[in-house]
Design a protein around this ligand. Structure first.
Ligand SMILES: Nc1nc2c(ncn2[C@@H]2O[C@H](COP(=O)(O)OP(=O)(O)OP(=O)(O)O)[C@@H](O)[C@H]2O)c(=O)[nH]1
Length: 310
C-alpha cells in the first residue's frame, strides 16, 4: 500500500468524524449566513481542530467568501480546505537534522509511544543509510530499557543503556561519547516522562542539556515531543506544559490510525506554531510517516493526490 493510501486508511475515523459533519453542513444550508458559519464552527471544534484554530479558520473563510463573492455553501468547501492548509503552513524545513550530526531527544509522558517512536525513527533513518545510535535515557522503568533494546535489535541500531535507576544524564554522556567515537549521524534519545512532577522533569532535562552543551556543543539539536492523538485536546495541554520547561522543536503525533481525533494535528500546528514532523499510523517499524500538512488535509478531505497510486 502506498504512503498516501496508508495515510488515508489511517485517517478513516477522523475523516468520518470531521468530513461527514462538514459535508452535511455544506449540503444542509441553502445560503451562507451566520447560522451556516456557527454550524461549521461547531463541527470543526467537535472534530478536535481546536477552538482558537477554528475561530481563525472561520474568520479567514468569511473574508475569502466575500472576496470571491461566493453565494452557495457547496462552493466554499474548497476555500475551507485551502484555509486549513494555509493555517497549518509553517513554511520551514523540518528535517534539517537528518543531514547534520544531531541529537534528537524524544520527550513526552509515559505511554504516548515514545520508545516505539525512537525505534521507528531509527528504522526511517537507517533506510537513508544514516549511522544511528539510540540512548536509553528512560531509566525509570526496566521495561522501557528492554523495549528499546528490542527495537535496537529489530532495526540493527547500536544502543547505549545502563541499568534501571541510573542517572539519565550519565546515559546521555556515554551516548554522546559513543556518537562522537563512532562518527554517528543521529543520536536518538528516549527519555522518561514524569510530567506529574514538573520540577524534577525540568531539572532532569536541564541536566541533560548541560551534559550535551559541555560534551557536544556542535551537535544540531532537535527536541521532539511525542503526543498520543487519541487523547485529543489533552495532547494540546501536554504540549503547552512541556513547552514551558523546554524548547520543543517539533512533534511526533502517534496513534493516528484508529482514532477519530486526528483533527488535533490542525489544532497543534495552527495554534502552537510548532510543526508536527512525524505521525504514527501503526505499531510496525514502517508505520511512521513524515508529516506534510497539505497531504494530510488532502487525505482528510479525500482530495485526490497525484501520487495516490504510489
Ligand atoms: N496503533 C498504534 N499504536 C502505537 C503507535 N505508536 C505507539 N503505539 C503503541 O502504544 C503503546 C505505548 O508505546 P510506548 O512506545 O511503550 O510508549 P512510551 O511513551 O515509550 O511509554 P513508556 O515506555 O511507558 O514510557 C505500545 O503498545 C505501542 O505499540 C501508533 O502510531 N499506532
Amino acid at each position: 500500500m502506498g504512503l498516501f493510501s496508508k495515510l488515508k486508511e489511517g485517517l478513516t475515523k477522523t475523516r468520518n468524524n470531521i468530513v461527514s459533519g462538514i459535508d452535511s453542513v455544506f449540503s444542509g444550508f441553502s445560503k451562507i449566513d451566520d447560522d451556516f458559519y456557527d454550524e461549521l464552527e461547531e463541527t470543526l471544534i467537535m472534530g478536535d481542530i481546536g477552538v482558537r484554530a477554528t475561530e481563525e479558520i472561520i474568520e479567514d473563510l468569511k473574508e475569502k467568501v466575500k472576496e470571491n463573492k461566493i453565494k452557495q455553501p457547496e462552493e466554499c468547501k474548497h476555500l475551507l480546505i485551502e484555509t486549513i492548509k494555509e493555517k497549518m503552513n509553517l513554511g520551514e524545513n523540518a528535517y534539517d537534522f537528518e543531514n547534520k550530526q544531531s541529537i534528537v531527544m524524544l520527550i513526552g509522558v509515559n505511554g504516548v509511544g515514545k520508545t516505539t517512536s525512537v525505534g521507528k525513527l531509527a528504522g526511517l533513518l537507517k533506510a537513508q543509510n544514516k549511522k544511528v545510535i539510540m540512548a536509553a535515557a528512560d531509566t525509570f522503568r526496566a521495561a522501557a530499557i528492554e523495549q528499546l533494546t528490542e527495537w535496537s535489535k529489530r532495526t540493527g541500531t547500536d544502543i547505549i543503556a545502563q541499568s534501571e535507576g541510573s542517572d539519565p544524564a550519565a546515559v546521555i554522556f556515554d551516548a554522546v561519547a559513543a556518537a562522537k567515537a563512532r562518527n554517528a549521524d543521529v543520536l536518538l534519545c528516549d527519555t522518561a516522562g514524569r510530567l506529574h512532577n514538573k520540577k524534577n522533569l525540568m531539572e532532569e532535562l536541564k541536566k541533560i542539556d548541560r551534559v550535551i552543551e559541555r560534551s557536544y556543543p556542535e551537535a544540531y539539536r532537535e527536541n521532539l515531543i511525542v503526543l498520543d492523538a487519541t487523547t485529543g485536546q489533552n495532547a494540546l495541554s501536554q504540549l503547552k506544559e512541556f513547552s514551558e520547561v523546554t524548547n520543543i522543536t517539533g512533534i511526533i503525533l502517534t496513534k493516528m490510525d484508529g482514532t477519530a481525533k486526528g483533527g488535533i494535528a490542525v489544532a497543534i500546528q495552527a495554534e502552537m506554531g510548532i510543526p508536527v514532523k512525524y505521525i504514527g499510523v501503526g505499531e510496525q517499524v514502517e508505520d511512521l510517516q513524515k508529516f506534510d500538512s497539505d497531504v494530510f488535509v488532502n487525505a482528510l478531505f479525500d482530495v485526490k493526490e497525484n501520487n495516490d497510486e504510489q
